[in-house]
Design a protein around this ligand. Structure first.
Ligand SMILES: Cc1cc2c(cc1C)N(C[C@H](O)[C@H](O)[C@H](O)COP(=O)(O)O)c1[nH]c(=O)[nH]c(=O)c1N2
Length: 223
């Protein structure tokens, strides 16, 4: 197509890809400066404009600023992290233990993203055949927030090494609401060029060509 009036301008498009390619999971580079309310509001508005199954908008955002609360969450992480280490084979266990996998106390802000699976009733457009679609919708909100944060020069780190039931207790989240994520959010000293798990030698980024299948799945499970 020669000209597409709906495309962004070159610089706008570059900005979108820049956010996508330079977004990182941040753990150790957080700065303690608070995130101003208008900026936080923009991040949450970006999250809230994510796509959602049947326009369900199943998310809520619990904003955690209190250090004592974050310390409780850190303790919950430490417990789940110790349990996790036992699940890796002995050869990689020590490497796992040395990885920095959260910035709960370093980041001035935590955001717990949830999913209210019964919002708008039991039958939802698009969720009938695949009931997990509401959970995916909350994940879309997280990705929007993550990219918007990158554009604001703010880092986000997803901490999933934590039992959601424990988070629910600490944050007084009702039983019928699913916890989707705990995010550490704050300004950063810098953004890494590539995923820390890659530079730490844990896993490399797969070649995209090996993940694309023409018409039918080709080959075995291995990409
Ligand atoms: C659902 C989910 C859950 C987690 C993560 C991500 C996602 C999508 N990631 C971040 C993850 O390690 C990271 O995205 C990859 O290593 C790729 O790095 P970049 O995000 O590109 O920096 C993550 N990182 C971490 O240090 N502790 C964690 O508990 C988690 N949990």
């Amino acid at each position: 197509m020669a000209h597409n009036q709906w495309a962004f301008t070159d610089s706008e498009r570059e900005a979108v890809y820049k956010a996508i390619f330079s977004r990182r999971d941040v753990r150790r580079e957080f700065l303690p400066e608070p995130v101003p309310e208008p900026v936080l509001r923009r991040l949450l508005a970006a999250a809230h404009h994510a796509p959602s199954v049947g326009f369900m908008q199943p998310w809520d955002f619990v904003v955690v600023r209190d250090r004592d609360t974050r310390a409780e969450i850190k303790t919950a992480f430490a417990q789940a992290h110790a349990e996790a280490a036992e699940q890796f084979d002995p050869a990689s266990r020590e490497t796992y233990r040395r990885l920095k996998l959260e910035g709960i106390l370093e980041a001035p802000l935590g955001i717990c993203v949830t999913c209210d699976r019964s919002r708008h009733g039991p039958v939802v457009i698009g969720r009938t055949a695949n009931p997990e679609m509401d959970l995916y919708s909350s994940v879309c909100a997280i990705q929007n927030l993550w990219l918007a944060a990158r554009a604001e020069g703010i880092g986000v780190g997803w901490v999933s090494i934590i039992h959601h039931q424990r988070l629910r207790e600490i944050l007084a989240i009702p039983d019928e609401i699913d916890v989707i994520a705990y995010l550490c959010v704050g300004y950063v000293r810098f953004f890494r060029d590539c995923p820390e798990l890659e530079s730490a030698g844990w896993i490399e980024r797969a070649a995209l060509d090996g993940l694309i299948h023409e018409e039918r799945w080709q080959g075995g499970r291995e990409a």
